[in-house]
Design a protein around this ligand. Structure first.
Ligand SMILES: [Zn+2]
Length: 228
């Protein structure tokens, strides 16, 4: 579950991310009462198997069985803030009622990784790149996003306005941009590779992490609230 808001005296509207229907809102009745059978189940970050009824406007959750409940580990402030950021990005970028199995898998994987991590923030750059890739809006890393030419001399500049990386020639026009050197570009390429082969342990270099944040902000049109 991504987030929840109160409804009436005892109910909540829960924003879910599901395998079958992607993002959707559903009502959990009586969930705010102490004796609710949902107690401890429909918590932020938990993965549940749900039974739902079609309601008049929103579907109604009638039963929830826990598949994975990282909630207790997510309570730690940095893990919580990171998980909130991840949930916010998925919520903001995904359309309602559209199944995206790749992104479901990405979400389940990153929540488990955050729950297990002592440095959860370091998981965000790779997650962000994979999210952008799943959405089909990942910037190219070997060609300029403005003119399309391949990068020369192993350097590129971060162009937040264009949402990607630009070449030396375009940079003459768009000044005051952060430069990525050959090591940064190698790091960026490594972060984009699928998991396995030790790649999961690769950490983003500071300029690379900042560049990925800038590109997310470009597509989102604002800074994520959970990033502060
Ligand atoms: Zn260019």
């Amino acid at each position: 579950m991504l987030r929840a808001r109160p409804l009436g005296e005892a109910d909540r509207i829960i924003r879910l991310f599901t395998t079958e229907r992607g993002k959707l809102d559903a009502v959990a009745k009586g969930v705010r009462r102490a004796k609710s059978h949902f107690a401890g189940r429909l918590e932020f970050g938990n993965e549940c198997e749900l039974q739902m009824h079609h309601g008049r406007s929103l579907d109604v959750i009638v039963n929830a069985d826990i598949v994975r409940a990282p909630w207790e580990r997510l309570v730690e402030p940095e893990r919580f803030a990171t998980a909130q950021l991840v949930a916010e990005l998925i919520d903001a970028f995904c359309e309602p009622d559209l199944a995206v199995p790749d992104i479901y898998e990405l979400l389940a994987g990153v929540i488990a990784a955050i729950a297990a991590s002592d440095a959860p923030r370091t998981l965000v750059p790779r997650f962000s790149l994979r999210l952008l890739a799943s959405l089909g809006i990942e910037p190219p890393i070997d060609a300029c996003i403005r003119c399309g030419k391949d990068f020369e001399r192993d350097a590129a500049w971060v162009d937040p306005q264009a949402g990607g990386f630009i070449c030396a020639r375009c940079r003459e026009i768009w000044r005051d941009l952060v430069e990525l050197d050959a090591d940064d570009l190698r790091n960026l390429a490594g972060l984009r590779t699928p998991r396995g082969g030790g790649a999961a342990m690769l950490l983003a270099r500071p300029r690379v992490a900042a560049a990925i944040d800038d590109i997310v902000v470009h597509h989102l049109g604002r800074k994520p609230k959970a990033a502060s």
